[in-house]
Design a binder for this molecule. Structure first.
Ligand SMILES: Nc1ncnc2c1ncn2[C@@H]1O[C@H](COP(=O)(O)OP(=O)(O)OP(=O)(O)O)[C@@H](O)[C@H]1O
Length: 606
């Protein structure tokens, strides 16, 4: 999305509102046209001619123009609100959808802090957009009023007013790009300072304890100095803004005053001269001042805020490079470029291969996964079991390409995950964590979220591109297979709105499972994704994924998952062993132990 298209699209979305805005802007600009004329006539035809009633009459006309302007200003505000409020909603949708999309495709929690941060930027963009519309529109109408008014009073003065105005505007326009650049740098510098100050404050005791005050002072001081430098440069540029106001707004007054003797010689009356000065001093100069201030501050803010929103709120596919979007953890994202992915090619099939993978959650930390080699051929159904905290979810995240191994390699369909771009990766695999994310929207939107808007990679067809009846049939099949038909009915069908707060954890899991079922990904990783379902519902969902085709890896919440799987990976902290249930019973004491403990209550019940 380009900024210009976005703004223009918002402005023209409701043409009738634009017409209304245009009409009321005329009313609001009434004093710009009336004031000079009223002053000129009040003086020449009224007070100077000894007819004070006529003079007062003209002044009353001016008062009426101001009243009209006040009514117009209220309506103008409403019309601007009708433009900027939907604009704000669209931006917010973009931010939330981008965050949700990243979460849904990566399996990570949605970055709610990023949404909150971007929401503030959205509010800023909305306010700035409203201010830019208000001042630029007011400027145009005021200039039109002044030009008309001066023409009707004494046309020969017009060049004295317009030439400096054009020069002032040119000066101002020339300073805008540099101002936007500096403003952008200032925002980044402010954020940098805030972040280094925050991390210093959080670790104040540590800093003191290890005597690192000098070092911290140097780091924070450098950020503060950088911010101050940019703020100073911006202030210097603000001087250009003042100069453009002086040239465009105040120079015409001087020129008109200087030309007064000549005007009088040519027959201009005192009223005409005063009227002309009223036009310039009361309408033109304030309008230019508002424009310079409004566009200089709000316009620059608007562009900077929009750039950030469009960049950081975008869905991964919309960003130009995968690194451009923030991630939840520093190691959470593959860094491969799409160019690299193109070079290496798309995954061939849905096999998974972990080759000597070692992973630790910190540079000095004990590895959670150590030299793990695991080959899961296409079509396999693998259950991962092991004690709590042993690293099962970590393996799932490594396999999904969310975590990057410290050592070794993860390959999906023969392609290293880090060589796949975000889009290719999310077409290749889907990871469903315990916490299922359901968003406000229709049930259809929730279910088809991973299926729409992507190209098929040879896996399941792109659901979103199917004609409606076919889409509904695919939806019906998925809903039925996963076992959420009752839920879909209770919600009120595919077009019914979903309120996540009204759903139980299990219901949210059913929606997330069906969404994954409909995705084009052929490698499915269920990380305790059925933990809130009862055993029968869990069995049904797992069986649905097993029958769906592709490769299925289940991080087992209940050990029944291991019995349903073709093979079992047992993680015991020292090494991982793979085999069938029978092989594991025979060869893994831990597995025997887990199964024994799990079977005990049943045996006791029997
Ligand atoms: N983000 C993290 N930062 C640091 N340590 C972590 C992080 N996530 C997990 N760990 C630690 O890594 C180890 C493995 O965690 P993991 O969640 O992979 O285990 P698990 O087998 O899936 O556990 P459970 O069955 O309880 O979900 C645990 O000791 C856990 O505390």
């Amino acid at each position: 999305m380009k900024i210009r298209e976005l703004l223009w699209g918002a402005a023209r979305r409701r043409p009738r509102n634009l017409v209304r805005l245009f009409g009321w802007s005329f009313a609001e600009a009434a004093p710009s046209f009336v004031s000079g004329q009223a002053i000129a006539h009040a003086l020449d035809d009224g007070f100077a001619a000894g007819r004070p009633v006529v003079g007062l009459g003209w002044l009353m006309l001016m008062a009426a123009a101001w009243l009209t302007a006040a009514i117009g200003a209220r309506q103008v505000l409403l019309a601007i609100a009708r433009i900027v409020e939907p604009f704000r909603d669209a931006l917010l949708r973009h931010v939330v959808a981008g965050t949700l999309h990243r979460s849904a495709t990566s399996g990570l929690r949605p970055d709610s802090a990023a949404v909150a941060r971007l929401s503030r930027q959205v509010e800023l963009a909305r306010d700035s957009f409203a201010a830019v519309i208000a001042v630029s529109r007011s400027f145009l109408f005021s200039v039109a009023g002044v030009v008309l008014g001066v023409l009707t009073l004494t046309g020969s003065v017009l060049p004295l007013v317009l030439l400096p105005l054009v020069a002032g505007l040119a000066l101002f326009s020339a300073s805008l790009p540099a101002m936007a650049r500096l403003q952008r740098r200032l925002i980044l510098a402010e954020e940098g300072t805030a972040s280094s100050v925050a991390s210093m404050v959080d670790a104040l005791r540590d800093v003191t304890a290890c005597g690192a005050q000098d070092r911290v002072e140097a780091v924070v001081g450098r950020d503060v100095a950088r911010q101050a430098g940019i703020a100073t440069a911006l202030a210097r540029l603000t001087a250009v803004r003042t100069l453009s106001l002086a040239v465009g707004g105040w120079l015409p007054i001087l020129l008109v005053l200087a030309a007064t003797p000549a005007l009088v010689r040519d027959g201009a009356t005192a009223g005409v001269v005063l009227g002309t000065l009223t036009y310039v001093a009361q309408s033109l100069t304030p309008a230019l001042g508002s424009l310079v201030q409004g566009v200089g501050v709000n316009g620059v803010r608007l562009v900077v805020a929009l750039e950030r929103i469009l960049k950081t709120g975008a869905r991964p596919a919309e960003t130009s490079s995968p690194e451009a979007t923030p991630t939840e953890t520093p190691t959470a994202t593959p860094t491969a470029t799409t160019a690299a992915a193109r070079r290496i090619g798309a995954p061939r099939g849905a096999s998974l291969w972990l080759r000597g993978v070692t992973f630790a959650y910190g540079p000095g930390a004990e590895p959670v996964v150590s030299e793990l080699t695991l080959s899961v051929p296409e079509g396999d159904h693998l259950a991962v079991v092991g004690p709590s905290g042993i690293g099962k979810s970590t393996v799932a995240a490594l396999a999904a390409g969310i975590l990057r191994p410290g050592d070794g390699q993860v390959l999906i369909g023969g392609v290293p995950v880090q060589a796949l771009g975000r889009a290719a990766l999310s077409r290749a695999r889907v990871l469903i964590p315990q916490e299922a994310y359901v968003f406000r929207g229709t049930l259809r939107e929730n279910l088809t979220y991973l299926a729409t808007g992507r190209s098929s990679s040879g896996g399941s067809p792109e659901i979103g591109s199917l004609p409606d009846p076919a889409l509904d049939r695919a939806l019906d099949r998925a809903v039925d297979a996963v076992g959420m038909a009752h839920l879909a009915e209770r919600i009120g069908g595919y077009e019914a709105p979903v309120d996540p707060s009204e759903l139980s954890s299990g219901e949210r899991q059913l929606i997330a499972l069906t969404r994954a079922y409909l995705s084009p990904a052929r490698l499915v990783l269920l990380d305790e994704a059925t933990c809130h379902l009862d055993p029968a519902a869990e069995a049904r969902a797992e069986e649905a994924f097993a029958a769906r085709g592709g490769t299925l890896i289940v991080i087992a919440h209940r050990l029944t998952s291991a019995l349903r799987a073709r093979r079992v990976l047992v993680m015991d902290g020292v090494r991982a062993r793979v085999g069938t249930h029978e092989e594991m019973i025979a060869g893994s004491p831990l597995y025997r132990d887990l199964m024994g403990r799990w079977e005990d209550p049943v045996a006791a019940g029997a």
